[in-house]
Write a protein that binds this ligand. Structure first.
Ligand code: HEC
Ligand code: HEC
Ligand code: HEC
Ligand code: HEC
Ligand code: HEC
Ligand code: HEC
Ligand code: HEC
Length: 474
């Protein structure tokens, strides 16, 4: 919060500079190396009809009439990539680029079964204490897909998960003490969907992988270490019960929902006092009597599938509306409530390319006014194709996390592989800034790129070698 006015002021200056371009419209920008941030001269940006080359400081100007464009960029030594943009008649459109170096050439180590594993969202939130209320319970969801010899190796196989350092969540959260007050009657260390801190994964809804839904894991290790990027161990067994593969995967969860930045050291009490005063509720008295409420009891919450009470605003709408104007519209501003300055949940390749929360989600104001205009919180979210070309889009009317590759170079692969299996969860997309995310890609590819190497899933002799070197999306 302290830094917010300065950040907002700087953003204002930046926008002014953009609004007064040297010419009326067209596309301008700078091209940099995503790792070194060095300017890249000689890169060619094309809109399909005309193209422009970057100068010695990495800058380019592409003449373009008003309209929508799909831009591609090429430069030897770097991967070809795309961005979509809209040019208006009034002003220049700024499109900056952060290029990733061409794929390295590591040999994929010999392995029988390929285990691709990921967390659905890139980050989950839970609370240290539920004594006063529950915004979100401990709830984490892991996915696994198995491949071997190019085939879906999952038939007859089973996958189990466990945490070496996190075996008892009751050591670090009082969630189970109050769960029944929120309407959840759960044994200790069991989550809302019935999963515990270890167990056997179930087949997923599409029948192409495995899932463990709602694992009640916290950011604390048993010894009290706070680590929002703890690892689960996955063990794959064949039909006979023999172990055929093991791997680790990050299970991100954070308690860094810092309402105390503004509501003070005793934030829960302050929050409920204000809520009761404004809305004629008795949330504080009820909590003090040992009966805390879940916000979703009254405010609908699609994250929990909770309908709330008729006529009461959804939780996302109520929270963003009430706090509109109280935080800067920057990633740091959102980090007041979303985790957070320490956790840095936004760490995927887009963050590395300089994108912040507001670039994809819009301002706090847009978050709730869009709901008023019909957006469903948690279900209608930004899309990869908002920025990339149509070849790299989600399945229609489907969230990224539920989408599968449908335009692969070979028909047999379509419908078989989740986007997240190759690109990882949202906000943590490969190549991520956090090495804890990259265990799977490191294991097979020896790098932290998204899954690009055919040999991760195919063995030589599968008959796919003739297709190698082609793009994964067609
Ligand atoms: C706000 C715009 C935006 C959105 C939305 C977005 N991206 Fe990106 N993406 C970028 C930018 C910018 C880069 C850096 C490369 C560049 O400058 O175009 C990038 C790079 C990438 C790359 C590396 C491409 C390469 O060859 O260098 C991948 C992979 C990627 N994004 C995947 C995704 C996925 C998956 C999603 C959806 C979950 C997504 N992106 C959503 C803007 C976006
Ligand atoms: C950037 C500062 C800031 C942060 C961070 C913040 N709040 Fe607030 N909140 C406020 C202010 C200011 C008010 C209004 C106080 C007033 O008008 O008396 C408020 C009011 C509220 C209210 C009262 C709603 C009503 O009906 O008037 C609730 C509930 C609330 N906040 C919940 C939260 C929760 C939960 C968090 C953490 C997830 C949080 N706040 C984080 C600044 C903040
Ligand atoms: C017993 C029902 C109930 C519970 C539980 C409840 N609220 Fe509310 N809340 C309301 C009602 C009713 C309003 C009035 C406005 C509306 O329709 O949303 C309200 C208003 C708010 C507002 C102000 C919205 C605005 O537009 O100014 C915020 C913020 C809020 N609640 C946050 C929370 C949070 C956070 C929790 C959990 C800690 C919570 N509420 C729990 C009933 C409840
Ligand atoms: C590059 C674009 C991009 C940026 C930057 C980004 N998000 Fe997202 N966000 C998405 C996409 C895409 C989804 C929807 C994922 C899906 O469809 O499964 C999403 C979903 C969410 C959700 C819903 C839960 C989930 O993960 O699906 C929350 C909450 C969220 N974002 C908060 C944030 C916050 C806070 C920031 C900044 C710290 C941020 N996002 C930055 C693209 C982005
Ligand atoms: C004052 C606290 C607060 C601030 C500031 C805040 N959020 Fe949220 N946000 C919440 C809460 C609480 C939820 C609802 C959690 C739930 O539904 O269980 C939420 C939910 C979301 C969701 C998922 C629901 C939806 O509407 O799709 C997104 C996306 C999101 N926030 C993005 C952002 C972004 C981006 C910013 C900064 C521009 C931001 N938030 C700032 C508290 C905040
Ligand atoms: C994430 C795992 C994965 C990756 C990476 C992958 N494939 Fe596949 N591929 C599959 C699956 C699953 C099938 C379907 C096999 C079946 O139907 O039994 C398949 C099938 C194929 C087929 C059809 C023939 C066959 O072997 O069944 C070809 C050809 C193929 N892939 C080529 C490629 C090429 C070329 C690449 C690299 C650009 C690649 N694949 C990368 C999983 C993968
Ligand atoms: C088998 C692995 C794999 C799967 C599954 C996969 N991708 Fe990709 N993706 C890649 C590779 C490799 C690239 C690099 C460009 C290429 O080869 O087409 C890429 C590139 C991208 C990019 C960056 C495009 C750019 O402009 O540079 C986006 C966005 C993207 N994928 C989104 C998705 C979405 C959305 C899905 C699911 C519908 C998905 N991917 C499924 C491997 C995969």
């Amino acid at each position: 919060m302290r830094k917010a006015p300065l950040v907002a002021a700087l953003a204002g200056v930046f926008c002014l500079a953009l609004a007064a371009p040297a010419f009326a419209n067209g596309i301008t920008g700078t091209v940099r190396d995503i790792d070194t941030k060095a300017a890249i001269p000689g890169a060619v940006v094309s809109n399909g009809r005309t193209s422009a080359k970057t100068n010695s400081s990495g800058a380019y100007t592409l003449n373009a009439a008003a309209g929508k464009y799909t831009l591609t960029i090429t430069k030897s030594g770097y991967l070809k990539t795309s961005q979509v943009c809209a040019v208006t008649a009034a002003a220049a459109t700024k499109v900056d680029w952060a290029l990733t170096r061409s794929y390295p050439s590591h040999a994929v180590p010999a392995h029988d079964v390929t285990v691709l594993a990921w967390n659905d969202l890139g980050m989950h939130c839970d609370q240290d204490s539920y004594k006063y209320f529950s915004v979100l319970p401990p709830y984490n969801t892991l996915h696994v897909q198995l491949f071997g010899g190019g085939e879906d190796a999952s038939r007859g196989y089973s996958v189990s998960y466990a945490f070496a350092k996190k075996t008892d969540s009751t050591l670090h959260t009082d969630f189970w003490k109050y769960a029944s007050s929120f309407g959840w009657n759960l044994p200790k260390n069991v989550g809302l969907a019935g999963e515990g801190l270890s167990g056997t994964m179930k087949r997923d809804a599409k029948g192409i992988g495995f899932v463990a839904e709602g694992i009640p894991v916290t950011p604390y290790d048993d010894d009290g270490t706070w680590d929002p990027y703890g690892q689960a161990t996955l063990t794959v067994r064949n039909g006979g019960g023999s172990v055929v593969a093991t791997t680790n995967v990050v299970v991100p969860v954070s308690t860094e929902m810092d309402c105390s930045n503004c509501h003070g050291a005793n934030a829960p009490v302050d929050i409920l006092t204000k809520h009761d005063a404004a809305n004629d509720t008795t949330l504080l008295a009820d909590a003090n009597a040992g009966h805390p409420h879940s916000c979703s009891e009254c405010h609908s919450d699609n994250a929990l599938g909770a309908a709330g009470k008729p006529g009461v605003e959804s939780l996302s709408y109520a929270m963003h509306k009430r706090h509109d104007g109280k935080v800067a519209n920057t990633t740091e501003g959102c980090y007041n409530c979303h985790p957070g300055p320490k956790t840095q949940c936004l760490r995927g390749i887009m963050a590395r390319a300089g994108k912040g929360c507001v670039d994809c989600h819009g301002t706090v104001n847009k978050l709730w006014t869009s709901v008023a205009a019909g957006r469903q919180p948690w279900l209608n979210e930004p899309k990869c194709a908002d920025c990339h070309d149509a070849k790299h889009a989600e399945n229609s009317n489907t969230l990224y996390r539920n989408s599968v590759l449908n335009n692969s170079l070979e028909g047999d692969m379509n419908g078989r592989i989740y986007c997240e299996a190759c690109h990882n969860g949202t906000h943590a997309e490969y190549t991520t800034a956090n090495s804890a995310d990259a265990v799977v890609t490191k294991t097979y590819q020896g790098d932290n790129y998204w899954i690009y190497n055919c040999a991760v899933c195919h063995k030589s002799g599968d008959g796919e070698t003739a297709f190698r070197g082609q793009a994964m999306h067609r």
